[in-house]
Design a protein. Structure first.
Lengths: 1061, 487
């Protein structure tokens, strides 16, 4: 198994070098023409001015001042310039090496004084990467966020999705777990759909990056994160379009995340080499009962089982006679969490070579990441390489290639609701008086692991050491693009790309040390499974673009094109049980009778015609119009709300946006404090096509009946099944004050989801549980704020920022009344007028102190045998919501909402000479969490170990406590899903803290060098009673906010060096 | 610069405060609601000056260490006042003191307010707990239910001195020596190979040779027949007859246990037969019985109880003992008729005494009218003088009226294709087949009555054999044989 990655690495290199010459032929041509600027007689009126450095007020020489397409000039040594401008309402562009590029509206002024910031300054004039174009942020009409990743070298292990946490207002990023590379669940402006994806569309270098999950994982709560294939250090820019991005039609309902990987800008050969090493710190153990407290607890709980004193005393763990052979096996004081959790190490090596000549420029990067998890026996290895190149093949033809190949090796353990195989969960419930190894009668510890114990609880060490769960996958994501200038204003572009993904999983759960599972037709002692998933996707995006200035006032940029994507997926799995020994770990060695195989094949095609028109007037008024027409093999032929084309139903997705740069108006000339103020509004339609590949068709699945194989109907076809329609209205403004020392963006939005995919209960006679239809509706309203400011601008620079988002989600239409789902013992309700996934359970009010008090309350509940039983002292006081005195399902109410009220980030950056200190606090406020883990650890219904809270359990009449009595099997339902387990999941976390020191060495071959000392998750402030308040057990919206004992987030500290040659 | 330093200082102090504030969320959550929940029982006992004496005894007997351990216990602690009247002999004898102290301790937690329950104390005795009393000793209601980390304490206003069990009482009492002596005499040791230590393997036989004195388990033969009155977890009622009463009853039934070969055996049989009906399961309050009432013994023998005959009533740890000077058994209850069921034959023989089974011809028939709803028929055996042996194992030495029930509902004769139901004969021979005490007896058609065969006197207690002998090859049929003593 171990030679495998090296073979693949070798393959990667060969692949790149084989591919490279075929696309580099352009270098043989001799054309190196530079685009000539039009020789036009400068007309108009003169403008004079001075340009200074905003940091130190010194004048800047050699800065370019221009009006694109009209005139240009450079500043002299004193920073002065003179430029002909068409009139004094024009906008001039200022740019210079090492400095920001910015626009200055003259607003009637004949002379301007400008102080410019350095390149790294986050400015409103930065270029945003939009689909097929770049635009300065002060001219965009969309609600978007653009990140230039200046700090990417500080966070070598962050996947791009994790990196986005807190950085984009409106984007709620919840890291799935602490498993390295597992990434985050992203949701833009709340939950937009119940049954389809809520992930934003990811576009990498102009090509859609497949983010779907094909068949899930065999490893408990593992998710193979596609974005882990992208090394953050390869990324130049991340732009997020939050409002109606209709150009992506039925894929843009959740926003569009545009990732641009690095393309070289300079011709000189540059080598960047970075090496990092770090340590991950395991979280603090939860306070559980120690061996003696657990035994006391067992004394109490076993008594409620109806056992006599003698039966209890006969239990081996009650024996205190040291001469008894079993003594040593039951007299340990094991901290099981320490046997599963451990500090671990990470390392990362990265090299990037960029350079080229006038004809071809290239960037090649290689990376290796080895990140150990904090659950022992888990680790993540990534080998990644990327080759990006731009070619000027002729004066009119340019080409570019973006090729990325990443191979991931994951060694994992089950997490979450796998009560018998999740080592962390077992470490919590396993009795501390037991030992991890076998112990002889004389107390000699054997190297052999102990088997499942007297309580039928497995040995967490057996899973840590002997469970074998691997996920190996790779992705090739490559595209080649061509750009041909038909005329100066009309260009044709085309991009071809393929995605090839392969994932292989092998899982083996040993027999020794685990408790058996019960299957429908057998008992599973050891468990093994394998699966392979494949994705092959073709992509093409071809468009005509038209860019023209009309006079000095009008600019028009229009595009007309289509996108096509064809996807094929296959998933095959096999599951086996009960191999003869734990050395035999493949499915074939398991019992034939219990073997299962299965799989899935998916094919779909998407076709998207689109047009985009951008119109600008006097660089002050901007209008953007998009229209997309989407067809998909997924849509039903009879979908009603589309247009019919080629005998298929196509969805129409228009959007219109407008922006007014108020600050460029003449009447703002004297308001010096306001550098930039832009009002914008947009409204449009987008869609969600994640309705399943074949759900609109009548399909059949294979079925075995008494040994005979046949096919049966699998669904009730809905030929009218269509995309979800998302109407998005966004109003906002962007402002920059005090020479950009303060920048501010505020957005208010109202998103309405119509035709939402719903699973309507089908009648009993139908023979199916539900039918799919476009019958639901949901709305999200919210407000977002992004505020950045430079508080100090002296020798010490201090930037601080806050990003804040608030969202309110409400279901507006749901056929068939409230929908109840049960996950991990929690009931989730979806009902009109409420958030889509509210916790629905019992309200409680403490514990009855006396039997008398319980009798007075007069409440009853139904036992498992159907009899009504009265509550007694030590039972939980459930709040009776209805008329009858029985506590039953009718007494449930909404007890929590897992969606946060606010999320965001507070960031700060200090700079002093070569030192920079970055700090970022992320926070989530007002989200409720169902602490399933604690619900298990405080349920007091079995022999499992519990938290220290249960020392307060009610034992005697009159005892005033908030902890109910221990009762075997919990007949009164004291541990049922109630507000006892709902906690405030709010947190404030010092997410990143990084100290950078850039060495002032620029001699010889060394161009730059930096040292990074970075801490991640250093401090978390939260009242949450678990390892960590941030987790997401699945992509399903309904399971958010349920802590199912996942691998927790952890602190890490790392040190890195970066050398620039 | 100074302003930056100030900011940094403020930030770090903010962080420091937050870290210290947030670390203890779990502490806050798991904080003990009462400090006693972290204290062991000994601390609680020591904290109460009124329990100093009991505390002293706990330390003396070493139980203090146990009460500090992590299992759960309940302590019923007598006050100093309650212990002043304690027999000094108990305090002086370490073993007795230990027994006394442990009679106030139990495993698990027990509180007031529960239904009455018998709790096994660490002394091994089971004490009644309920209605704020332990074994009849009241607790101080204000000092009850004091829980702690590993148990609960109740303050007892008196001392619960360990009571003897029934066996201990009747073997030590002077009120009735004969009855007790008999039960005690039945103590034996049995050898259980599994418990014994193997010394070596005999090279010639290959059998293990056990170490002498190992593998011996005490048993009581009387308990094996009746109940184990040494068991602490079950309640029994024992009638203990005074020597006079015992002798009277003994003499009354001794003649039924005549055993000429051994006077000891005869005495043993008589004692056993007398004593077996004097112990009952459960705790029976004789005071609730009517005058001249009877109780059914575990052998279903009617035991006449005369309340006036109760000499003394003693509550033991596992029940109650009534010392009585009279229990006047009726002979017809005490020495009841013996019934030998036809469907339970002992062996089958030919007329020459060879063992010969005829399974195809032998039928245990289900008949609703039959005793036990079964009888036995052997029809078509084809062996002249075929006979069935019946055995009565514990037959009293007495004069019996012997009768049987044998129903001919099957026998036919076919002559000229005409089927006629006919009678046949069979006879019962006592002791051996040659015996002619009872002649052949006609078994008429459908006679469902018990038929008296005659009288017979048995001089010796023990096994009594009977043979049901066919008349030629005629069938045999029998529902039962009844031996009714003539008192």
């Amino acid at each position: 198994m171990h030679f495998y990655p090296f073979k693949l690495k070798a393959f990667t290199f060969v692949f790149i070098f084989v591919l490279t010459p075929t696309v580099m032929w352009a270098q043989q041509t001799d054309s190196a023409a530079v685009e000539a600027t039009p020789a036009k007689a400068p007309a108009g009126v003169p403008l004079t001015g001075t340009i200074t450095d905003a940091d130190n007020n010194q004048s800047l020489a050699g800065i370019s001042v221009s009006i694109p397409g009209f005139s240009a000039a450079l500043t002299d040594d004193n920073g002065n310039f003179t430029l002909n401008v068409p009139n004094y309402s024009a906008t001039v562009t200022i740019s210079g090496e090492g400095q920001q590029t910015r626009q200055i509206a003259l607003k009637g002024r004949q002379s301007i004084q400008v102080s410019v910031h350095d390149e790294a300054f986050r400015s409103v004039y930065d270029m945003a990467n939009l689909p097929h174009s770049q635009k300065p942020l002060n001219q965009t009409v969309h609600s978007l966020a653009s990140l230039n990743l200046a700090d990417k070298w500080q966070y070598p292990y962050e996947t791009p999705d994790n990196y986005l946490q807190g950085r984009i207002a409106g984007l709620n990023v919840t890291r799935r777990s602490g498993t390295p590379g597992i990434g985050s669940i992203l949701s833009l402006r709340g939950i937009n759909s119940l049954n389809t994806t809520n992930q934003p569309l990811v576009v990498v270098d102009g090509m859609i990056f497949d983010m779907n999950d094909y068949g899930g994982s065999l490893i408990g709560n593992y998710f193979s994160n596609p974005l882990a294939n992208i090394d953050l250090k390869d990324v130049d820019n991340i732009t997020f379009i939050k409002d109606a991005a209709s150009m992506y039609g039925s894929k843009a309902a959740n926003g569009v995340l545009l990732i641009t990987t690095a393309h070289p800008e300079e011709l000189t050969t540059k080598i960047d080499f970075a090496v990092y090493g770090g340590m991950n710190f395991r979280p603090k153990s939860l306070p559980l009962l120690d061996a003696s407290e657990h035994r006391t607890y067992l004394s109490d709980i076993l008594k409620t089982r109806g056992w006599s004193d003698d039966q209890i005393q006969a239990q081996p763990y009650m024996n205190d006679d040291i001469n008894n052979p079993i003594y040593y096996r039951y007299h340990n004081n094991k901290k099981w969490q320490d046997e599963v959790l451990a500090n671990s190490y990470t390392s990362n090596y990265y090299m990037k070579v960029t350079g080229g000549d006038n004809i071809a420029r290239y960037g090649l990067s290689l990376g290796y990441l080895d990140q150990d998890g904090i659950i022992q026996g888990t680790d993540y290895k990534r080998y990644n390489t990327r080759f990006n190149a731009d070619y000027r093949m002729s004066p009119k033809l340019r080409a570019s290639s973006n090729l990325g190949f990443t191979y991931n090796e994951h060694t994992l353990k089950d997490q979450g609701l796998f009560a018998k195989t999740n080592p962390l969960y077992l470490a919590l419930i396993k009795s501390p008086f037991l030992a991890q190894n076998e112990i002889s009668d004389q107390g000699v510890v054997s190297p052999n692991l102990a088997d499942a114990d007297i309580f039928n609880i497995g040995n967490p060490r057996a899973l840590v050491q002997n469970m074998n769960a691997r996920n190996n996958n790779y992705r090739f994501f490559g595209s080649v693009g061509f750009n041909y200038d038909l005329t100066r204003v009309l260009k044709i572009n085309s991009l071809f790309g393929i995605t090839y993904d392969k994932l292989r999983e092998n899982v083996f759960v040993p027999r020794l040390g685990t408790s058996a599972d019960t299957l429908a037709n057998g008992v599973a002692e050891s468990r093994m499974s394998s699966q392979v998933q494949r994705l092959f996707s073709l992509y093409n995006d071809t468009y005509l673009s038209y860019d023209k200035y009309y006079g000095t006032d009008h600019t028009v940029a229009a595009k007309l094109g289509f996108r096509y994507s064809n996807n094929r997926t296959e998933e095959d799995y096999g599951i086996g049980y009960n191999s003869a020994t734990d050395e035999l770990q493949t499915i074939g060695t398991g019992s034939t009778a219990l073997r299962q195989t299965g799989g899935d094949i998916g094919k779909w095609t998407w076709l998207n015609y689109y047009t985009t028109v951008d119109y600008g007037y006097k660089s002050k008024y901007f209008i953007n119009f998009n229209l997309a027409m989407d067809g998909s093999s997924r849509f039903g032929k009879e979908a009603e709300s589309g247009v019919n084309l080629f005998n298929n139903s196509f969805g129409l997705f228009p959007s219109l946006g407008a922006a007014w740069l108020v600050s460029s108006e003449n009447f703002m000339a004297n308001v010096n404090a306001i550098e930039m103020l832009k009002l914008r509004a947009s409204y449009g339609l987008t869609g969600n096509d994640d309705i399943g590949n074949y759900t609109a068709r009548q399909i059949y699945v294979s079925q075995n009946f008494l040994g005979q194989q046949g096919i049966v109907r699998s669904n009730i076809a809905n030929y009218a099944l269509q995309w979800e329609t998302h109407k998005k209205l966004n109003v906002g403004f962007d402002a920059a004050l005090l020479n950009e020392r303060v920048t501010l963006s505020l957005d208010v939005y109202h998103n309405q989801t119509n035709n939402m995919l719903t699973m309507e209960p089908a009648g009993t006679v139908a023979g199916f549980d539900f039918t799919l239809s476009n019958n639901g509706g949901m709305k999200n309203q919210g407000i977002e704020l992004a505020l950045n400011s430079r508080l100090l601008n002296t020798l010490v620079k201090w930037d601080a920022g806050i990003i804040l988002s608030k969202n309110r989600n409400e279901l507006t239409k749901l056929p068939g009344g409230p929908m109840l789902n049960s996950i991990a013992g929690a009931t989730i309700i979806s009902q009109v007028g409420q958030p889509a996934n509210a916790f629905y359970g019992f309200k409680t009010n403490g514990v009855y102190a006396t039997d008398e008090e319980a009798r007075t309350a007069g409440l009853t509940t139904r036992l498992f045998n159907g009899a009504l039983a009265n509550f007694q002292g030590g039972d939980v006081r459930f709040i009776n919501q209805d008329e009858n005195s029985e506590i039953n399902d009718d007494d449930r109410v909404v007890i929590g909402n897992p969606n946060p009220d606010f999320t965001g980030m507070i960031s700060s950056r200090w700079q002093y000479k070569g030192f920079a200190l970055d700090a970022a606090f992320t926070f989530s406020y007002g989200n409720d969490v169902f602490n399933y883990t604690r619900a298990q650890l405080e349920s007091m219904q079995g022999p499992e170990n519990q938290t220290k809270l249960v020392r307060n359990r009610w034992v005697a009449d009159g005892q005033v406590t908030n902890t109910p009595r221990a009762a075997w099997g919990d007949p009164m339902g004291n541990a049922r899903f109630s507000d006892r387990w709902i906690e405030d999941g709010s947190y404030l976390r010092l997410r990143n803290l990084s100290l950078t020191y850039s060495l002032p060495i620029t001699q010889g071959f060394l161009k730059s060098s930096s040292i990074y000392l970075t801490g991640i998750n250093l401090v978390t402030f939260s009242k949450y009673l678990g390892y960590d308040p941030e987790f997401s057990a699945s992509n399903n919206r309904l399971s958010q906010g349920i802590d199912t004992t996942l691998e927790p987030q952890y602190r890490s500290v790392l040190l890195g060096f970066r050398l620039g040659l | 610069m100074t302003s930056v330093n100030k900011y940094i200082l403020v930030l770090f102090s903010f962080l420091a405060v937050c870290i210290s504030a947030c670390q203890d969320k779990w502490e806050e959550h798991t904080e003990l609601s009462e400090s006693v929940l972290n204290e062991n029982l000994m601390l609680q006992i020591q904290a109460n000056p009124d329990l100093s004496k009991f505390n002293e005894y706990l330390v003396q007997t070493g139980y203090d260490e146990l009460l500090k351990s992590t299992k759960t216990f309940t302590v019923w602690a007598p006050t100093n006042q309650a212990l002043t009247n304690l027999d000094p002999a108990i305090v002086a004898d370490p073993a007795r003191l230990k027994n006394f102290v442990s009679n106030h301790l139990s495993n698990q937690r027990y509180f007031t307010g529960q239904n009455p329950v018998r709790i096994k104390m660490l002394s091994g005795k089971y004490l009644e707990w309920g209605n704020n009393q332990l074994d009849g000793v009241a607790i101080d209601p204000n000092m009850a239910n004091k829980y702690s980390a590993n148990g609960a304490v109740h303050v007892l206003t008196g001392a619960a001195v360990p009571r003897p069990n029934i066996y201990e009482f009747i073997t030590t009492t002077s009120l009735a020596t004969r009855h007790g002596a008999y039960i005690k005499s039945k103590n034996i040791m049995v050898f259980v190979p599994e418990l014994a230590e193997i010394e070596r393997i005999d090279p010639t036989t290959g059998n293990p040779v056990y170490k002498p004195g190992t593998g011996l388990l005490p048993r009581n033969e009387f308990y094996d027949r009746t109940v184990n009155i040494e068991r602490e977890d079950t309640l029994y009622t024992q009638i203990l007859l005074t020597d006079a009463a015992y002798t009277a009853e003994y003499n009354k039934i001794a003649r039924f246990f005549n055993y000429p070969a051994s006077a000891d055996t005869m005495a043993d049989l008589t004692n056993s037969h007398l004593a077996k009906d004097l112990v009952f399961k459960g705790l029976i309050d004789f005071n609730t019985l009517q005058t001249n009432d009877t109780l059914l013994s575990i052998f279903n023998v009617k035991v006449p109880i005369n309340k006036q005959a109760i000499v003394q009533t003693i509550r033991t740890s596992n029940g109650i003992v009534y010392v009585m000077d009279k229990v006047d058994f009726r002979l017809k209850d005490k020495v009841p008729p013996i019934i030998i069921e036809g469907e339970n034959p002992y062996m089958f023989f030919t007329s020459t005494g060879l063992n010969e089974n005829r399974p195809d011809q032998t039928h245990r028939r289900y008949k609703p009218w039959a005793s036990n709803q079964l009888d036995l028929r052997v029809s078509g055996h084809g062996l002249s003088g075929y006979n069935i042996q019946y055995r009565s194992p514990n037959t009293y030495s007495a004069k019996y009226k012997v009768s049987w029930k044998a129903v001919n509902d099957f026998h036919v004769t076919t002559i000229n294709n005409v089927i006629t139901r006919t009678a046949f004969s069979q006879r019962l021979a006592l002791n051996n087949t040659a015996s002619t005490t009872f002649p052949l007896k006609n078994i008429g058609i459908d006679n469902f009555n018990e038929v008296l065969l005659g009288e017979y006197t048995l001089n010796r207690y023990g096994i009594f054999n009977m043979f049901l002998i066919a008349d030629g090859t005629n069938p045999l049929v029998l529902d039962y044989i009844k031996l009714e003593p003539v008192y």
